[in-house]
Design a protein around this ligand. Structure first.
Ligand SMILES: [Zn+2]
Length: 224
């Protein structure tokens, strides 16, 4: 097979601000509703007490419940269902140029410190007979971001999910993130970011295809 070429036409498919585009398309986040059962809140009360604060103080009295609700939201990816989110938005087309969704914002929780890490994900794939509704890609990112994660695994999981849904000629996922566990504690390197990537199919096999993609989305790699 000839080297897949990322033509000028394909550049038109680079989507800026994908999340706004998704919202305009009326996409609904199909995560289960978040409700606090109190089981985490009770523990949070003890955490607050253990840290030397008074959980009955006015400003803190409702904090355990709010904290539980926030944690359940931030980990709602565990109970999200990729099939329901995609909901049939796979289309048979003869389009075989690269599709890029760039600058997908995400927020996740580092599993080593339970502190946030956040940044942007860029997703590209080379279709083979099938494309996915563009608004679905940020939703798939959220499924894996809203968990206790490490950046490397999240990047890989997004790529593998698109691979199994679309069986495209290639998938590339690049993630740029900053980690609170680095910024607020320990090394306190506030401006250092981590970049991870997962390349499958043509993007893994073919260096030119990969380099062309990186030049399309890489110019902004330092922008976060
Ligand atoms: Zn960490």
């Amino acid at each position: 097979m000839a080297k897949p070429k990322l033509s000028n036409a394909s550049r038109a498919s680079v989507r800026k601000d994908s999340r706004r585009a998704a919202d305009q398309a009326g996409a609904v986040i199909q995560f289960p509703p978040v409700s606090a059962t109190g089981s985490i809140a009770n523990h949070m009360r003890e955490v607050i007490r253990e840290l030397g604060e008074d959980p009955d103080r006015e400003g803190l009295v409702r904090t355990p419940g709010r904290s539980e609700k926030a944690l359940r939201f931030l980990t709602s990816g565990y109970s999200a269902n990729v099939g329901e989110i995609v909901n049939g938005a796979l289309f048979d087309v003869q389009y075989d140029e690269v599709v890029i969704v760039r600058d997908i914002e995400f927020f996740s929780m580092c599993e080593h410190h339970l502190l946030p890490f956040f940044g942007k994900v860029h997703v590209a794939y080379l279709p083979y007979k099938k494309v996915i509704g563009l608004s679905k890609i940020p939703r798939i990112v959220d499924v894996f971001a809203r968990r206790f994660q490490i950046q490397e695994r999240m990047t890989q999981q997004i790529a593998e999910t698109l691979q199994s849904l679309l069986q495209p000629r290639g998938v590339a996922v690049i993630c740029e993130a900053r980690h609170f566990c680095m910024m607020m504690r320990g090394v306190e390197k506030q401006h250092s970011g981590a970049i991870t990537s997962a390349m499958l199919g043509a993007f893994r096999r073919n260096k030119e295809t990969r380099n062309e993609l990186l030049s399309l989305i890489g110019q902004r790699a330092r922008a976060i």
